[in-house]
Design a protein around this ligand. Structure first.
Ligand SMILES: Nc1ncnc2c1ncn2[C@@H]1O[C@H](COP(=O)(O)OP(=O)(O)O)[C@@H](O)[C@H]1O
Ligand SMILES: [Mg+2]
Length: 260
């Protein structure tokens, strides 16, 4: 399977914080790859490199034949149009209606008429299960609905690739399940390449064709979900079972002492 996106020897530090340490990863086209790892391990930083929002210290970022990290910001537009990005915070504009939010990329990047835009936006809202919210103010929607509107906006330009940053964070288990099913449905309906970054293990197993576990700035393990289920790697088991390390527990010990 050809891979649309990949990173090679990707290295990134912020000051003394060495986040990505020569990361090698490819994301096969037409598949859902889930990238897992604890908070702060560099998942969002990785996604931002994929769309050219961050520049690597060294290493390469590829999208098809394009070397993203070498393309000047001003010329990234046509490539970014092919990538949908569901940001961690959803980030809807509360000064616009739902319809204006979802139609925004169409207005910015295409010449489609107002009627066509309306039709397209309604179609996308239906697809993510929030049909009929066109004229609503986003502030009046629930967290789950806002996520779905943001998702409609991320797919309105019919991208080849969609990046999800913690799509279920802040949602209860039922809403998370719905988002998981939506991700799978969109994957089938639009034949996308999906890259999902999350620490939600249930979600990961539900949607992944391929899984990747990041640990200390590198890939600890990658492969099909079954490989993870049957893994004897202590770091993989620890992550899947949600167990803290001794060092992490020592951290709360210190915090308790600070409280005194
Ligand atoms: N723009 C930035 N400036 C400085 N530090 C950053 C920046 N973005 C991320 N970091 C740091 O990089 C590390 C990884 O962050 P991030 O990718 O957001 O983690 P997560 O895996 O939870 O998404 C964290 O220690 C974070 O504080
Ligand atoms: Mg993050």
């Amino acid at each position: 399977m050809p891979s649309v996106m990949r990173v090679e020897e990707l290295d990134k530090s912020f000051g003394h914080n060495h986040v990505l340490k020569g990361l090698n990863l490819s994301f096969p086209s037409g598949a859902t790859t889930v990238v897992m790892g604890p908070s702060g391990c560099g998942k969002s930083v990785l996604l931002k490199h994929l769309v050219g929002l961050l520049e690597p210290d060294s290493g390469e970022v590829w999208f098809d034949d394009h070397r993203i990290d070498r393309i000047p910001e001003a010329q990234l537009g046509p490539i970014r149009r092919r990538i949908g990005f569901l940001f961690q915070q959803g980030a809807l504009f509360d000064s616009m209606t739902v319809g204006q939010n979802v139609g925004f990329p169409l207005r910015e990047h295409t010449q489609v008429s107002a009627e066509e835009r309306r039709r397209k936006v309604d179609q996308m809202l239906d697809m993510v299960g929030v049909g009929g919210t066109y004229d609503r103010n986003p502030a009046t929607l629930s967290g789950g609905q806002r996520k779905r509107v943001a998702l409609a906006r991320a797919i309105v330009l019919e991208p080849d690739v969609i990046l999800y940053d913690e799509p279920t964070t802040g949602l209860d288990p039922i809403r998370s399940d719905i988002i998981g099913k939506l991700i799978a449905r969109l994957q089938n309906a639009l034949n996308l390449t999906s890259i999902v970054v999350t620490h939600d293990i249930q979600l990961s197993f539900r949607i992944a064709d391929r899984m990747v576990l990041l640990h200390e700035g590198q890939v600890r393990m990658e492969g099909p979900p079954d490989l993870f289920r049957s893994s004897d790697d202590p770091e993989v088991k620890r992550f899947l079972e949600g167990r803290a390390t001794r060092a992490e527990l020592a951290g709360i010990q210190d915090a308790r002492e600070d409280d005194r």
